[in-house]
Structure formats: C-alpha cells, structure tokens
Design a protein around this ligand. Structure first.
Ligand code: ADP
Ligand code: GN1
Ligand code: MG
Length: 371
C-alpha cells in the first residue's frame, strides 16, 4: 500500500490536530470505499501500537460537510450513550467513536476547507466486499436493523439531508436521461443494451416514492448506504458488531437499507466482476437477510414496508446500476474508478443481478409473506 507521504495530503500533520496520545508511526490509505479518502494511522502509545481511522469527507459529493459532521457526531454520541445505558462492556467496538481535535471539536477543517475526522479503529473485525456465508448476511441485516432502531429516539432537530433526494429513483432516472442527452464523452453509442435496460423499467422508479407520498410508507431515519462492507463483522464471534460509514444516515425509507443489503449480500460476485455468469441472487442469502432484518426491525415495520422488502432489493440494485451508468456517461465524476470502463462493469453486474432478482420475485414475496 502507498504510504501517506505519497498521498496528496500530509496525514501525519492532519493526525496531529487530533487529541491522539503517543508517537506517530505510520499512515497509509485504507479500505475499499468509493467515496471518502480513508487512512489508517498508527501511533505508539507506551510501546503499544494503536490504530486510528483518519478520513477526509468528500466535499464534491457532500456539499454540506458541516451538516454531515453534525449528523455523524450526534449519531455517535447517541449510540454510545445508549450502549452505556445498557451497560455494554465494549461500547467502543459497537459504535463509531470520534476522537476530538486538540481544541475540542469533533472534526478538523484544514486550510483548503477539507473536513477531516478521526475515529477509534475497530479492531478484530472487518467489512467484506463480497458475501461469504449466510451467517454474515443474517448478522449484517440484524446490525442494520438495530442501527435503525437505535436512531428512532435521537433527540434534537431532524437530521440534515446530507444528499437531498439520494434515493429518489424518479430523479435518478431523470438525471440519467439528462446525462444520456448530453453524452459529453460520446459513450452512449457503446452502451445501447444498458440504456434500453433502464428505459424498459422506468415504471419501477416510482413505486417507493409514490408510496411515501401517499403516506403508506413512513419517513424514518435510515442508514442509506448499507453495502455489506459498511458493517464490521467480529472476527471471532462473527457478530455484526459495528455499523460504519454514517454520512448518508438521514430521513428516508428503511426500504433503501434492506434493498441495498439485497444488492450487496446475496451475490457471490464482486461489484465489478466481468464474468457476468458469476452474478446470482442466491435465495438462501436473501432468506438469511430477511430473517436477520426481521429479528431486529420486525417489530416496527408496517405491512407495506414488509410487503415491499423483496421489491426494494430489485429497486436499489437497479438504482445503483443507473447511477454507475450515469457516471459512466458523465465521464466518471462521482465514484472512484480504477480503470476506463470501471463504472460500466459495475453497471453490468447490477443489471444482471436485477434480472436474477426478477426471476425469483415470486418466491421472495412468498418467503416474506410467511415470515
Ligand atoms: P467510504 O464512504 O469511502 O466507503 P467508509 O467510512 O466506509 O468510507 O470507510 C472506508 C473503509 O475503512 C471501510 O470500508 C472500512 O474497511 C474502514 N473503516 C472505516 N471506519 C473504520 C473504523 N472505525 N475501524 C476500522 N475500519 C474502519
Ligand atoms: C458508495 O461509500 P461507499 O463506497 O460505501 C455510495 C453508495 C453506493 C456504493 C456502490 C455516498 O458507497 O450510495 O451504493 O458506493 N455512497 C455514496 O458501491 O454515494
Ligand atoms: Mg463505505
């Protein structure tokens, strides 16, 4: 891995703004997230190596980084308080903990206006880019359900909408059409099949938005980025121990959370897999997700939310495919990419998964109805 000296930021200098004891040892880029700049920072504290996560909030994507940090800070404090109330002995592994700056703030703004934060590193746990077994699916879904439950009584004003209309699929569809019309990189001609795939499914985009507008689905605080690698799984107990990546936790529908779990926790293929024959919606993983999610969220979901759980898997996978395709047409401005067609490869896995979900929708619906 590249050392922090090679990165465009002086991570040692940034880490020194936070109240971390001991001597700086090393810093290097960390993780496989598509959005923020994440670094693992190592300190020596009395001959013990201690790691931290130092992260730059992506302000191209989050136009209101102050709003993001205020949300994150409130969520961390609320979770920690609840864990303490319940006498959890390992509260600092069950929620993100922000390390304060030397002048007592939860974030640091550098001279260029970048927002930085520093978290306790959750050790002996990891996030997975690809699901490996049904227990992980059960645990991840249970953890995200618990996270939603935890936020039901967060005190104070409504959380900031850090990305307005983040999962507004009607608007995602419109944005796709705009990018298609502009075709700034002349890429549309090469992706006719993918474009048709989107146009054929326009109707799906309105289902959740309309149900929310009619009041059939309530607004709740949801995580809204429940990709499998945004929950850390304990290496030993295999429990879904800590939900991370809180930047999009805001008011919305809990269906966005369940849907993205289906997208990221039922297929054995990587998000950018080129061999599409590997992409599959494995029913037993869906079943594990549904059971895990119901075990924590089952008591607060209404009938409409339950009914739409299988559809949400299709919708969020479709939405993510549209987002990758739109970014491909725009010239790769939003998601971090490693090579020229990266967003297109990602889009193709999503659309293949949508087809696999469509084939099994009846069986998925039956399972939920009988749970
Ligand atoms: P992004 O928004 O770019 O996905 P994340 O907040 O998910 O950023 O962080 C990127 C990766 O860093 C995560 O997938 C995870 O592997 C790791 N990570 C983040 N926070 C922690 C933490 N507190 N402890 C251990 N690992 C972490
Ligand atoms: C991004 O931040 P990360 O890598 O966990 C994105 C999600 C997408 C996901 C696709 C803020 O998630 O919405 O579903 O990539 N996050 C944001 O892998 O746009
Ligand atoms: Mg992430």
């Amino acid at each position: 891995m590249a050392s922090a000296k090679n990165s465009k930021y002086d991570i040692r200098e940034i880490a020194s703004k936070f109240a971390i004891y001991g001597d700086f040892v090393d810093a290097f880029p960390y993780g496989t997230g598509h959005i923020n700049d994440t670094f693992c920072v190592v300190y020596d504290q009395g001959a013990c190596r201690v790691r931290y996560i130092v992260q730059r909030v992506n302000s191209y994507i989050f136009k209101d980084p102050l709003g993001v940090m205020k949300n994150v800070s409130r969520i961390c404090r609320h979770s920690f308080g609840k864990l303490k109330e319940n006498k959890a002995p390992d509260a600092s592994r069950r929620t993100l903990t922000l390390i304060r700056t030397l002048d007592g703030n939860d974030w640091y703004v550098d001279q260029a206006g970048n927002f930085w934060r520093c978290y306790i590193f959750i050790e002996r746990a990891r996030g997975y880019d690809v699901i490996e077994n049904t227990e992980q699916a059960f645990q991840a879904a249970r953890a995200f359900g618990n996270f939603q439950k935890l936020l039901v009584d967060i005190p104070g004003e409504r959380l900031v909408e850090t990305i307005p209309n983040f999962h507004n699929t009607i608007q995602r569809f419109e944005n796709f059409q705009k990018s298609l019309a502009a075709d700034v990189k002349n890429r549309a001609a090469g992706v006719k099949a993918e474009i048709d795939f989107v146009l054929k499914r326009e109707k799906d985009c309105a289902v959740v938005i309309d149900a929310m507008a009619k009041g059939e689905i309530p607004e709740r605080i949801a995580h809204q980025d429940t990709k499998l690698n945004n929950v850390l799984i304990d290496d030993y107990t295999l429990e879904g121990i800590c939900v991370i990546d809180l930047d999009t936790s805001m008011p919305g529908s809990v269906l966005y959370d369940f849907g993205d779990m289906v997208r990221t926790s039922t297929s054995p293929a990587k998000e950018d897999e080129r061999d599409l024959s590997k992409v599959e919606m494995q029913f037993k993983y869906f079943e594990a997700l549904a059971k895990g999610y119901m075990s924590s969220a089952g008591d607060f979901l209404n009938a409409k939310e339950k009914e739409l759980l299988p559809f949400s898997g299709k919708l969020l996978t479709f939405e993510c495919g549209i987002r990758f395709l739109t970014d491909f047409l725009d010239g790769d401005l939003y998601f971090k990419t490693a090579y020229a067609d990266h967003n297109l490869d990602r889009c193709r896995t999503q659309f293949r998964l949508v087809e696999r979900i469509e084939e099994q929708m009846d069986t998925m619906n039956k399972l939920i109805a009988n749970l």
